[in-house]
Design a protein around this ligand. Structure first.
Ligand code: FAD
Length: 389
């Protein structure tokens, strides 16, 4: 067992740190949070530096690295700014589904464009009546024109990148009369300019406001049969496999957000004086808070890196991925909460950033499966394989 990063990993972290600390200015972060606009310029720069799709295979324009290296990138951008970090991190959302299950044509058509920043990807699972429970979808895809095309009808909601994506990977019910219903689901790629596809945006979200979220409706949308992603009627299983990897990346967002909030609180506590003493050394109530925050972050990071390492070994572990996401989400919320407390009244002001980290942290406990759903997954797997390590 080794805890030493490789030279490549150190170089990646350093390069991302340099980029994010230089380009993610406080003004841009505040502006994107306030106006709910996606940071296109930073996204293009990140792509040009090879950070988007760092874990895609090289032949599809990626960096050829693994999930762990992607986590280092995500951690670092979310540390520098939670809102900009989340927006950039989600820009290649679900492209892993294409890496894992796509045809050669699909890989060549979509992955290089995502890595170059020309396309943003999106995954559409959630529906108005089906969020945590995706075992049955109201969105249908039926084969038409002698099986040459799919016709899609339905509605998806709470979809990240809804207004900026070049394409969507959509979970559809391809057979209605099947039991259990999830054995009749398939993933279908829909290009954003397809006729019959419409979106609307949700405004005034609590957090991750630089990442657009909205509803996507399908009215007799026709796509060619070759847009089927992976195996017909195995879409649900492909999605579960995807979660093993994606939940680790979401955990990395949580670790980065917690680290960013902690650093701001730590630096403030060194400078701020009360009753004639710096609050970091003068008051154990504050110094112990900072110690507790750093313990939680270190533990969350280790669990996240272990989950990522397992994915990279070809042994993704659903329980460990869920543990990493659940823990990192809670840690991000708790650490950001304590960071505001350390800053006192100043922590409540947008200009001091920790209030944004606090608002942004909460999403980690909701998307890609709520923390309750993660706990169901953890116990299901512990029951299956026993409780020892
Ligand atoms: C900003 C944002 C971005 C998102 N991006 C995407 C995206 O890109 N693509 C996408 O498909 N979806 C996306 N989502 C949707 C997200 O994945 C869902 O909101 C989430 O899975 C929960 O579903 P729900 O909101 O319908 O809650 P519900 O399923 O209605 O759950 C409500 C409550 O009941 C609990 N609950 C439900 N079932 C159980 C159970 N079996 N055991 C215990 N508790 C349970 C939940 O934990 C929750 O507390 C996004 C959401 C947000 C807020």
């Amino acid at each position: 067992m080794r805890f030493t990063p490789t030279t490549d990993q150190l170089d990646i972290r350093k390069a991302v740190k340099e980029f994010a600390e230089k380009e993610f200015t406080k003004e841009i972060a505040l502006e994107c949070d306030k106006t709910e606009l996606f940071p296109y310029k930073l996204h293009k720069m990140a792509a040009e530096l090879g950070f988007i799709g760092i874990h895609f295979p090289e032949q599809y324009g990626g960096g050829g690295f693994g999930t762990l290296e992607n986590c280092l990138y995500v951690e670092e951008i979310c540390r520098v700014d939670s809102g900009l970090g989340i927006a950039l991190s989600l820009s290649d959302l679900a492209s892993e589904l294409i890496i894992n299950h796509g045809s050669e044509e699909q890989k060549q058509k979509y992955l290089p464009k995502v890595a170059s920043g020309d396309f943003i990807s999106a995954v559409a699972l959630t529906e108005p009546e089906h969020g945590s429970d995706i075992t049955e979808m109201d969105t249908t895809a039926i084969a038409v024109k002698s099986g040459d095309e799919w016709e899609i009808n339905g509605c998806k909601t709470l979809i990240s990148n809804v207004s900026i994506a070049g394409f969507y990977i959509v979970l559809c019910q391809t057979i209605k009369e099947v039991s259990p219903t999830y054995r009749g689901q398939s993933l279908i790629i829909v290009d954003a300019d397809t006729e019959g596809l419409e979106y609307s945006l949700f405004k005034d979200k609590l957090g991750c406001r630089a990442s657009p979220t909205g509803e996507l409706s399908f009215c007799n949308v026709h796509v060619p049969e070759e847009n089927l992603l992976g195996i017909l009627n195995k879409g649900f299983y492909h999605t579960l496999n995807f979660f093993n990897q994606s939940r680790v990346e979401i955990a990395a967002q949580g670790v980065g957000i917690a680290q960013g909030a902690f650093e701001r609180a730590f630096n403030y506590a060194k400078e701020r004086k009360a009753f004639g003493k710096p609050i970091i050394t003068g008051f154990q109530a504050i110094s112990h808070k900072l110690a507790d925050m750093s313990i939680k972050i270190e533990a969350a990071r280790l669990l996240t890196h272990k989950a990522a390492w397992l994915v990279d070994q070809g042994q993704p572990d659903p329980a460990i991925s869920s543990m990493a996401k659940t823990n990192a989400g809670r840690v991000a919320v708790e650490v950001a909460d304590e960071a505001i407390q350390v800053l006192g009244g100043a922590g409540y002001l947008a200009e001091n950033e920790v209030e944004r980290f606090y608002r942004d942290a909460k999403i980690i406990e909701i998307y890609e499966g709520t923390r309750e759903i993660q706990k169901n997954t953890i116990v299901r797997f512990l029951l299956k394989r026993g409780i020892k390590n």
